[in-house]
Design a protein around this ligand. Structure first.
Ligand SMILES: Nc1nc2c(ncn2[C@@H]2O[C@H](COP(=O)(O)OP(=O)(O)OP(=O)(O)O)[C@@H](O)[C@H]2O)c(=O)[nH]1
Ligand SMILES: [Mg+2]
Length: 454
């Protein structure tokens, strides 16, 4: 089994060339490594230019920027060292190999970190809760602004904090029920009445229901509605995609058949986002490659929730087979088209002058008003695990309230053990989102609330 105390290292900067590359190292005590690499221990929490002995290879000393965080106030709760070197992948690899050798000599069983291991250590050290760790992972894999925002809310602990508050409330009431079981002979312990417990559980139930109703599922954020640009080769699809995105994403040229693949990029639209998709121009296939390109383009069109049907003064609109998908007719290149060449049934745009682009954006937003993906304000996106835990917690609260239905007017709670067991289940599910509460914690609450055995 891999130990949590193993010294580990990893290249933390993205793959590829860059002006700087980052190597991250953590271990319970990095002092022997620091003494070897640098003549003096770098001042804590300061970016310090130093020569690192033996980096990138024995006998060489490369200037590095080093940032040293001594334990325990670090991400992993252990010593943490970040080394910034020139961002050359081969050099970073050499440096890591040398570091590994030095670490094995000075620190013991060192190894490369596994994916996510720095974050895992932060979680195990109690630095972050599970939902925050999931937020970090979601940030890394986000493909759209909505997902990035959703990941940010997770990463900053919004879901975890909400769960902590609810766990507190539920634990308080579980403590009151358990007090009735454990301290039944104590005069000063007054167990909660069924009516009071039901009222409190009703409040928790409605919070759980609200959270489930207000949140979006992660899957919905992944499914940005597709807006597909359709037209003959050379009508200006790729040029329009670039103009709408505001940067050159697709290659455009006067050569018909320039786009040979499907190109999709999220586009911001007011508060929401859609996926703008450029495909090959539709034409008679002239060979096997052509045929597969065209069939991929047709698949994309079949998946579209909105089609922008492009034509210009030379190329008429392509007839579409599926007439269920909404279509916006767009005539392109209107900077070179005047008067009678302009089709009265189309929206006129020019990617060169920008004419009609704002109107086109408005028309797309209007057509997809209920589909463009947004993540409003403080709304959270629930990953499947969160959804399952919340639903299971809600089920437990509902089950507990069922047990109370026939005894709401009674002074004492019947079936206390059963009610307590169901509430404990609910607590465990909520605790999996944030704010774990062990049986001892609940007992602790009882002692905090009553002066038992005085
Ligand atoms: N004057 C003018 N030329 C344009 C405009 N939009 C596109 N073009 C030109 O039309 C040519 C074709 O543009 P593309 O965007 O590559 O066309 P496409 O529809 O993506 O073509 P394929 O990828 O071959 O299907 C290029 O030479 C563009 O510069 C426009 O608004 N005005
Ligand atoms: Mg193209």
């Amino acid at each position: 089994m891999r130990s949590c105390d193993d010294p580990i290292l990893a290249v933390s900067s993205p793959p590829g060339r860059a002006s700087r590359g980052l190597i991250r190292i953590t271990a319970p005590d990095l002092t022997p490594l620091l003494e070897h690499l640098f003549e003096q221990t770098p001042p804590p929490r300061h970016l310090t230019p130093l020569k690192a002995r033996g980096l990138p290879s024995p006998g060489l000393s490369l200037p590095t920027l080093s940032l040293y965080f001594p334990a325990p106030n670090t991400f992993t709760a252990a010593d943490l060292l970040e080394l910034q070197l020139p961002g050359n992948p081969a050099l970073l690899h050499r440096a890591c190999e040398s570091l590994l050798t030095i670490m094995r000599q000075r620190l013991g069983e060192a190894r490369y970190a596994e994916p996510g291991e720095f974050t895992q250590r932060a979680f195990l050290a109690g630095r972050i809760d599970l939902t925050r760790a999931e937020g970090i992972s979601a940030t890394v894999s986000a493909v759209s602004d909505a997902q990035l925002e959703a990941a940010r809310l997770l990463r900053t602990g919004k879901l975890g904090q909400w769960a902590v508050d609810l766990v507190e409330a539920l634990a308080q009431h579980l403590a009151l029920v358990e007090a009735g079981i454990d301290f039944v002979d104590q005069d000063d312990v007054v167990a909660i009445t069924p009516g009071k417990l039901d009222e409190a559980l009703g409040g928790i139930e409605s919070q759980l229901r609200q959270m489930l109703a207000r949140s979006r599922s992660w899957a919905a954020l992944e499914a940005l509605p597709w807006v597909v640009l359709v037209g003959e080769p050379n009508v200006g699809k790729s040029t329009l995609l670039n103009a709408l995105l505001g940067h050159d994403r697709a290659v455009a040229s006067d050569q018909p058949g320039t786009t040979r693949d499907i190109l999709a990029e999220p586009m911001k639209l007011g508060d929401g986002e859609v996926m703008l998709v450029d495909v090959a121009g539709l034409d008679e296939p002239a060979g096997a490659l052509d045929a597969s390109m065209q069939s991929a383009a047709r698949d994309a069109i079949a998946r579209a929730e909105l089609i922008l049907q492009l034509h210009d003064y030379e190329h008429p609109p392509i007839p579409l087979i599926d007439d269920a998908t909404p279509v916006i007719q767009v005539q392109t290149k209107c900077d070179v088209t005047a008067g009678s060449l302009r089709d009265p049934g189309s929206l006129h745009i020019s990617a060169v002058t920008g004419e009609g682009l704002d109107t086109l954006r408005d028309r797309i937003a209007e057509a997809l008003s209920d589909r463009a993906v947004t993540l409003a304000g403080q709304m959270l996106a629930l990953q499947p695990r969160h959804h399952d835990e919340l639903t299971a917690a809600l089920d437990a609260i509902i089950a507990a309230r069922h047990m109370l239905v026939d005894q709401l007017d009674s002074d004492s709670l019947a079936d206390m053990e059963l009610v307590a067991a169901v509430l404990r289940q609910g607590l465990d599910h909520l605790g999996a989102l944030g704010g774990q509460m062990s049986p001892d914690d609940v007992i602790g609450r009882i002692f905090a609330t009553f002066c038992i055995g005085k």
